[in-house]
Structure formats: C-alpha cells, structure tokens
Design a protein around this ligand. Sequence first.
Ligand SMILES: *Cc1c(COP(=O)(O)O)cnc(C)c1O
Length: 467
Amino acid sequence: MNPLSQLPSVDRLLSAAAISSLIELHGRAIVTGVAREVLAATREAFRQGATLPAEDALISRVGAGVTAKMAPRLRPVFNLTGTVLHTNLGRAPLPEAAVQALLTAARSPCALEYDIDSGGRGDRDDIVNELLCELTGAEAATVVNNNAAAVFLLLNTLAQKKQVVVSRGELIEIGGAFRVPDIMQRAGAKLVEVGTTNRTHLRDFAESVTPRTAMLMKVHASNYAIQGFTHAVPEAELAELAHGKGLPFVIDLGSGTLIDLSAYGLPHEPTPREAIAAGADLVTFSGDKLLGGPQAGLLVGRKDLIAKIKKNPLKRALRVGKLTLAALEAVLALYRDPDRLHQRVTAVRQLTRPDAEMRAAAERLLPALQKALAALPVTVEIVALKSQIGSGSLPVDRLPSAGFAIRPQGRKGGVLNRIEAALRGVAHPLRPVIGRIEDGALLLDLRCLDSSDEEEFRNTLGALRAG
Ligand SMILES: *Cc1c(COP(=O)(O)O)cnc(C)c1O
C-alpha cells in the first residue's frame, strides 16, 4: 500500500477544530489553499525520503502557514536604530491628533474639494493653505506627494527648456535616488553648475545668467556637510541678484522645520520662514522629516508662481489624497501652539527627549533583556549612545541618548548577528525590534521607544527567550 494514501484529505484537515477557527477568522478560500500547499509539500518531502508527519503536525503547519500568509507586510516595528527620522522605517511617526484626523477622513466623505459655504467646487490645497502661509510667511502654498515631487513640479513649471543655476556644492544625492541633476533633466530643465565643490561666490552666479536662465536655485545640502575652506552665497544676496535680473530665486530646503530647533538645544536648521524673509520666491520642503507629519511635499511662496505651478497638468498626477491632507492639517495646527509642540509632535518630542529618560527606560528594561539573553554567551549593559536625526537633517550633530550594548563574550561575533536576526524575526503580531550593529556590539537606542510601548517591547523579548 502506498504510504501517501495515509495522508489526510484537504477536507479532513479543514474539519479539524483548530482549522475551523482559522476559517472563521480568514475565510475558507485562503485556508483551503494553504492546506493544499502543505499536503503537496509533504508528498514532495516524502518522495525525497522524509517520513510522513502525524495529522496534528500537518494541522499546525496549516495554522502557521495561514497566520504567516495573513500577517500584514507593513508591520509596525520598534525603531531602536538611533536614527529618529528613519526613511526605511517610515520617517516621522504621526502625532495622535493627526492619527485621529486621518481616521475620521478615512471613514467618512469629507469636503476635500468642496466649498461647504457656497456649495460649489473647492480646492484641496485650501485645506492647508492658510496654515502654511501663517507658519511660513508665504503668500500661497500647494501640496504634492513628497518633496522630490515638489522640486520636480517646480522645475517643470518654471524652467522647462530653460537654465537653472545651482552651486556645484549643492548638487546632492538624497538616499533613495533623488539626485538634483537627474531631477533637473527629467523636469526638462538645463542645469548650469557654478562655482566649485567647496566655494561658490555671488559673481559665479552673476556671470552665468543668460537670456535663457529661468531661475537661481539653492539646494540645502541636507545629508552632508562641507567644512574647512568653504564659501556659500547667503540667501538674501542670491535673492537680490535674481530679482535684479527679473528672475525668481527658489530654495529646496529638504527638511524644513517650521520652528527654531535651537530653542530645544538642537542645532539650527534653516526654516521656510527664514527663506521667505531672505527673499526666496518659492521654497520646497518635506512633510515627514523635521515637520513630523505625513509624507508630502510642500511648496510655499509667491502667489503668481504657486498659481502657475497649480495649473501644470502634472500637479494632478502628483497631488495628495484626503488622508495625507487630514494628517497634515492636524500636524500643522499643532504648530499654532509652539509652547506644547515638543510634547505633541511625536518627532519633535523624540528629538528633544532628555537622555535621562532613555537611561531610566534602560534601567526598567534591563532585567527583561538580560533574562531574554541569559542562555547566550553575551554581556548586556546600559550605555550612553548618540542618536541621529536622520532623513538627511543635520548630518553632523548627534543627540546624547542611552540604551543597551550587547557584546559577545570572547571573540565570536556571530552570536550578535543571531540575536539581531531573532529580534527582527519575531512572528506577527509581535513587533520586531530593529537595532544596529556597530564596533562589535549590538546597540539598542531607546530614544524612539515610547514609555507606552514598553509593555509590547517586553512581549517581544519574552518571545525571544522562548525561542
Ligand atoms: C529629503 C530631501 C529631498 C527629498 O524629499 P522627499 O520628501 O524624501 O521626497 C529633496 N531635497 C532635499 C534637499 C532633501 O533633503
């Protein structure tokens, strides 16, 4: 008799109690599909020489298969990398007010492009136009999918088939393939590089203006710093030069925090308000970097130029949806109360968190981590760390923080990679922990672990111990 005929049928597996509850949860189709896959894989393994598993084992394989298949791919994680605005981990976490606004907009029809007062058609940019003007001192504003889109749309609208003058020191690449020369080319603009990598002067700009020049542009060198023998032309001088020649002066700020970060002991980062005050005609910046909002690209500046940009058919292709606008409006509204900003805007709160808080969290969590790693040849200690802002903001400055350093006992580093993978690899619905390996230690920076998340963090550690 063929031993394979001993295998239970799909129907039999589906009628097991544990499987019925999965069907209740996820539906018959997906569970049936996984049961077929499990049986097929079992037959194949048998042909390769494996013994046939018992029915219970098959049932738990189906259960694990369904759970794995139905787990969301966009899983929440603990960002203990020490990089606060981590692009690969979704940058700024939204403040609660923005989460609520987003849920409300998601659930119900809303006045996205509808003027409730007149009953006529509205403009989706009007949802945040007033707030953005108030917070930046600009005359008008518009919103697109991200800052890369904002820069692209600006160039395509105002500089197609014309020249854009930029300093050689600002021809930057931002992670994830945003490169100023490439964006320029795709937007149909001709890049005119002036000056040198480290020094660019006003005369370099003045000499390069021709009848085909569309604008002078400044790009904030977000993610790198040039130090030593350097010179960049101040914004106000570039604005004056541009205006003297009848040209607009535009600035891609990148991060574009709306507040003076030095008030919180952080290094100063240029703000859109300063850029507008210095004479910039248009400024672009991200919604999900230092601003702490959803992914978006914000364009603020002169009313006539914003109007032109909004008429570009590409604006329709790059526009944002109601969820983004709902979250953005809620975050911008928080900026009307600067006194409580550092408590309410999550990204700002995390960036300004005193290291004593991270140290206290480390003291609370140390026993759980030690317990989780007790069987392994490693040491765990609380250490001072330096966090980074991330997303190309303030590349040089680092924020004093605290967390854990896990080091191998003896010379073998392989154990660190195993722990790092295990912390990442916990099964849904546990939340994976993302740390970083540096100088022979696995570092867990606690800056971005909210105290309300500590319980869930302990759960992940508990699973690690069990595994
Ligand atoms: C981050 C950044 C961009 C890209 O912004 P996204 O919102 O990621 O599209 C463009 N320019 C500068 C200077 C930046 O720092």
